[in-house]
Write a protein that binds this ligand. Structure first.
Ligand SMILES: [Zn+2]
Length: 397
C-alpha cells in the first residue's frame, strides 16, 4: 500500500436505515422556523408516504412551503425558486427525491440567504464570483440509488440544447447538514431507473477507485460500496421480495458511498463524457453512465497497458474484476478481461439504451470530445487521446 499525503473534506451527518424517513420531521423542527420542501412531481409526493410525512411535520409544529422539480435542474429554476421564497425566512431546506431534486434543493439552499443568481458562481460558464456562503441548512433524503448527491458539495445544473452546458455550483458550504438514507424510499423507483441509477453509482465507485487522486482511505469506502453493489444490484432490479428489500438496502448504501468517494477523489472518463452528452442531448445521467462504463473501462485498460504498464489502476481494475466475478484464483490480466466482458454483458441484460437513441451521431463526436475534458476527466487514471475518447462513444452509438 502506498501512503501518499491526502485530505478528506467535511461529510454530512449520516443516518442510514429502513424507516429513517421518520426521523426527518423532528430534525426539521430542530431548526425552528419555516421549512422549504423540495420534491419531485411524483417520486415522493405521489406515494402514500407523502400525507403521513406532512402529518408528522405538522405534529412537530413545522410550518412548510413546497416546490417541485420535474427534470434535471436549470439555473433558471434555481433562480426563480430563490426569488420566490427569498422573503419567507426559510430556516431549513429539505430535499426528498432523486439526484435532480437533491441538486436543485442544494443550490436553492445555498442561495436563499443571498438572493443572487446561481450564474454568479457556476463553474466554467458563470460570472466567476466567489461563493462564500453561508447556506441555509439542508437535509438531503434520496429516493433513488444513484447519484450520491446527498454526500457531495456540488449541485449539477444544466441548460440543454446545441448551446447547452452541464456545470457545477460547488462549495464546501453546500454539503448537506444531514443525509438521511431510507432504502424503503426506493420501493417506488421504476425498474429502468434502478438499472440506470445503479450503474451510475457503480461507475462512480469504480472511477473513484482508479482515480489519479485515489488514496487508501477512500479506496476502502469505494471497495465497500462495490461489494454492496455486487450483493444487491440485481436483486433490487429484479424486484422479487424479500431479496429485493435487501437489494435496495445495499444499493442505497452503495450510492451514498459513491457520493462520498466522488466528492473526495473525483471521477473519470465516463463522467467527463456525461457532462457534454447531458448538455447537448436529452439523455438522463444514469443512462449515460450505464451505457458507457463497459466501453470506457475497456479503452482505459487498453491505453494503460499500452502506455503506462506500471500505473496502479491496472491492478485495481483486476481486483474489481475478481470481486465482481467472485473468483480469487485468477491472474490480473484474465481478471481485467473478465471485468470488461461482465460489464458488456450487464449493458445487454439491463437493456441500457444506446447513444444513437438520443439523436447522437458520428458528426457530433468532435464537439462532445472537445467538451469532455472538464473536472472529471482530469482524474481519469490516464490521459486519453481524442481518438480514444471517440472510440468510447463509437462503441455505444
Ligand atoms: Zn454520476
Amino acid at each position: 500500500m502506498q501512503f501518499k499525503p491526502f485530505s478528506i473534506s467535511r461529510l454530512p451527518r449520516i443516518s442510514y436505515g429502513r424507516g429513517r424517513l421518520n426521523e426527518v420531521p423532528a430534525l426539521t423542527a430542530s431548526y425552528g422556523g419555516k421549512a422549504l420542501l423540495v420534491t419531485g412531481k411524483q417520486s415522493f409526493c405521489g406515494t402514500e408516504r407523502w400525507p403521513s410525512f406532512i402529518e408528522s411535520l405538522e405534529m412537530q409544529g413545522v410550518r412548510w412551503l413546497h416546490v417541485t422539480v420535474s427534470s434535471e435542474p436549470s439555473p433558471d429554476l434555481v433562480d426563480q425558486t430563490v426569488s420566490r421564497f427569498g422573503g419567507e425566512a426559510i430556516a431549513v431546506v429539505i430535499g426528498i427525491g432523486g439526484g435532480s431534486v437533491l441538486d436543485a434543493a442544494k443550490a436553492i439552499a445555498g442561495l436563499l440567504p443571498h438572493g443572487n443568481s446561481v450564474m454568479d458562481h457556476l463553474e466554467g460558464v458563470g460570472r466567476n464570483i466567489p461563493y462564500r456562503g453561508p447556506s441555509t441548512p439542508f437535509i438531503a433524503v434520496p429516493s433513488t440509488a444513484g447519484t450520491g448527491s446527498e454526500a457531495t458539495k456540488n449541485s449539477v445544473l444544466s441548460v440543454q440544447g446545441p448551446e447547452g452546458f452541464k456545470k457545477s455550483f460547488r462549495d464546501e458550504c453546500l454539503i448537506p447538514e444531514y443525509a438521511v438514507i431510507d432504502p424503503d424510499l426506493l420501493e417506488s423507483c421504476p425498474r429502468d431507473l434502478i438499472a440506470a441509477d445503479g450503474m451510475d453509482a457503480f461507475t462512480q465507485l469504480l472511477e473513484s477507485y482508479v482515480s489519479l487522486k485515489a488514496n487508501p482511505f477512500i479506496d476502502a469506502l469505494a471497495w465497500s460500496g462495490m461489494t454492496a453493489f455486487k450483493e444487491g444490484f440485481f436483486a433490487a432490479w429484479e424486484g422479487q421480495e424479500p431479496e429485493a428489500a435487501n437489494g435496495r438496502a445495499a444499493m442505497a448504501y452503495a450510492s451514498l458511498l459513491s457520493g462520498i468517494t466522488l466528492a473526495q477523489v473525483g471521477l473519470g472518463s465516463v463522467h467527463g463524457l456525461a457532462s457534454p452528452l447531458g448538455a447537448f442531448f436529452p439523455i438522463p445521467h444514469g443512462v449515460v453512465c450505464g451505457t458507457m462504463v463497459a466501453a470506457a473501462t475497456e479503452i482505459n485498460i487498453q491505453a494503460i497497458e499500452a502506455r503506462e504498464p506500471d500505473n496502479p489502476a491496472l491492478a485495481k481494475y483486476a481486483q474489481v474484476g475478481r470481486l465482481l466475478i467472485g473468483r480469487n484464483d485468477i491472474g490480473d490480466s484474465v481478471a481485467r478481461d473478465l471485468l470488461i466482458e461482465l460489464l458488456a454483458e450487464w449493458s445487454e441484460t439491463l437493456q441500457l439504451p444506446r447513444l444513437g437513441n438520443y439523436g447522437i451521431r458520428v458528426a457530433d463526436f468532435a464537439k462532445i470530445v472537445a467538451n469532455s475534458r472538464g473536472s472529471s476527466m482530469k482524474t481519469n487514471p490516464i490521459v486519453l487521446t481524442d481518438a480514444e475518447i471517440e472510440a468510447i462513444l463509437q462503441r455505444r452509438l
